[in-house]
Write a new protein. Sequence first.
Length: 182
Amino acid sequence: ALIAMGREELGRMIQDELREISCFPLNEEIPKKKEIISSRTFGKPVYELSLLRESIACYASLACEKLRKQESVCQEVEIFIRTNPFKESVEQYVRVNSVRLDSATCDTRKIIKVAWKLLDEIFINGYEYKKACVKLGRIQDADEHQVSLFGGYDSPEDLAIMRAMDRINSRDGHETLRGNRR
C-alpha cells in the first residue's frame, strides 16, 4: 500500500507520525507476558521489616500496573529477599516464598496483602538486606480466567478503583498511589 502512495502523501504521513498522530497501523500484536517481575537492588542496606514492606509494596504495585496494562490477572505471587552476595563480611541470607491464590486477581491491594504475608514468613531480623523482588505468575487473560466459587474475585468496584489508581499514577507518577493496607 505504501508503494502506490505518492511522495507528498507519504511525507505528510511521516510528519504526522513524528507529531504522534498514528498513520501506520502496527500489524504485530505484542505477546502478553507469562510472568511479571519487579525488583531492585537497594542503594544502601536495609535492616528493618517496615522498609522491606515498603519496597515490596512498591514492586507489587509496579507489577500489578503492568498486569492490568496487558489486561491480565495472576494466580501466583512470589517474593524474594537477599543480602549482598558480594559483601563477604556479612552473613548471607536468601529466601523465596510463594503462594497460589484461590482466585486470580489484578488488584494491587490484594497482591500487596499477600506479598506482605509472604515477607513476614521469611524475614529474619539482624540481616543486611540488599535486594527484594516481587514476581506475579500463572498469568491469564482477565476476561477468560475461571472464577473461584469461594469468592476472592475482583468485583466491578475493585476494578474501577484499580483503573482510577492507574490513571492517577500515569498522570502523577507511578509511585503516587500503591494501595498499601495493613
